[in-house]
Design a protein around this ligand. Structure first.
Ligand code: CA
Length: 356
């Protein structure tokens, strides 16, 4: 072989070494509950697709589809289960009507905060319980990003007592919705893409969405300026759902890459949402002085807590898995909260005294 031939052979060998040694190219579709513009909720799937493609040299391609295209934001579980989409990105509590236990993998009113909940999921048996719940649907479920503490929502008028809640038409999903229903609220769940229109048209009087980073750009404050502190979604987790047959048929390398990328983009969503909320909050007082930041009066909070316990205990009495998950969460929170108080709460109280 002459010099030119040897160089060509070396080049081919180098290219072979550089190319990923995956046996086949995989193309998947992922459906989101969110419209593509609803960032940062809609961000993890987009980042996941890029990461997975980059890590496989373009051999594992995930096409991400927003709700504006598939038009079925609250059917992600069925579409993933049925295999129309190999993956979904959604929030578990949207499936409470199919299985109540799914609701408490998203969040629980007055329950764990983000650090406590993620610790429970990854190191307190939560992931195993979540999979036990989702096995019946033929899907794998993974944490898909956490919003942290959500705001309690936008109201047209001040809530001075429980009586002020009575007859109010409000969008508030899942367990918190049942809690408000017990307190006389006319509760509905509306797909995320239709929130502003519903508020604007008076289909609803009040709604909760996420927090300042997402809420303010939706414009809710123009109609309902009373913005209440949160109680109902202290650590809402999104979920990536994956059709089991599709996942099980992946090469092991792709499975490992997908799981690793899911964890990376899910953690990233919390940072992204926190940064956007901090930015929005810092500008809110000057740019939108009509927004009135409120806290619910203590008797209202007491009524919410009492109703929350009733709703959760009713489900636990009817459903052994719900009971198992709830007890696991309560046990973890009992330990975790003591540490949260000593670390985060004590630190915040002390540092606030001297940082002024
Ligand atoms: Ca919410």
């Amino acid at each position: 072989m002459n010099m030119k031939g040897r160089m060509a052979l070396i080049l081919v060998c180098c290219l072979m070494a550089a190319a990923p040694a995956f046996a086949k190219t995989v193309k998947w579709n992922l459906a989101m509950t969110w419209n593509s513009t609803l960032t940062p909720l809609a961000t993890p799937p987009v980042k996941l697709a890029k990461l997975v493609s980059d890590m496989t040299g373009g051999q594992f391609v995930i096409r991400v589809e927003g709700a504006e295209k598939h038009k079925a934001p609250l059917e992600i579980l069925d579409m993933t289960k049925g295999g129309q989409y190999e993956m979904g990105h959604t929030a578990s509590y949207y499936w409470k009507g199919k299985d109540a236990t799914t609701a408490i993998f998203t969040t629980v009113p007055f329950g764990m905060n983000m650090a406590e909940q993620e610790a429970w999921l990854f190191y307190g048996g939560g992931m195993e319980l979540m999979q036990k719940c989702y096995d019946k649907f033929g899907v794998y479920a993974f944490p898909g990003g956490n919003t942290g503490v959500q705001m309690g929502g936008w109201f047209r008028k001040e809530i001075k007592s429980v009586d002020d809640l009575k007859g109010l038409k409000m969008r508030i999903p899942s367990v918190a919705g049942e809690v408000f229903a017990k307190l006389g609220v006319n509760v509905t769940n509306i797909a995320p893409g239709e929130l502003y229109t519903s508020l604007d048209r008076g289909t609803i009087d009040a709604l909760e969405w996420v927090g300042p980073g997402m809420d303010i750009k939706m414009g809710f404050h123009k109609i309902a300026p009373y913005y209440y502190a949160g109680w109902h979604e202290p650590a809402s987790d999104m979920q990536f759902l994956i059709n089991k047959k599709a996942f099980d048929s992946l090469p092991p390398e792709f499975q490992a890459i997908l799981k690793t990328a899911i964890q990376a983009v899910s953690a990233d969503m919390f940072y992204d949402n926190f940064a956007q909320s901090a930015e929005a909050w810092s500008k809110m007082k000057t740019e939108f002085p009509n927004i009135k930041v409120m806290t619910f009066p203590e008797p209202v909070l007491q009524a919410m807590k009492k109703a929350t316990d009733e709703v959760l205990n009713d489900y636990a009495a009817k459903d052994p898995l719900f009971k198992e998950v709830l007890e696991s969460q309560k046990a973890f929170m009992a330990k975790g909260r003591e540490w949260t108080k000593m670390s985060e709460l004590y630190y915040l109280q002390q540092s606030e005294k001297v940082n002024k």
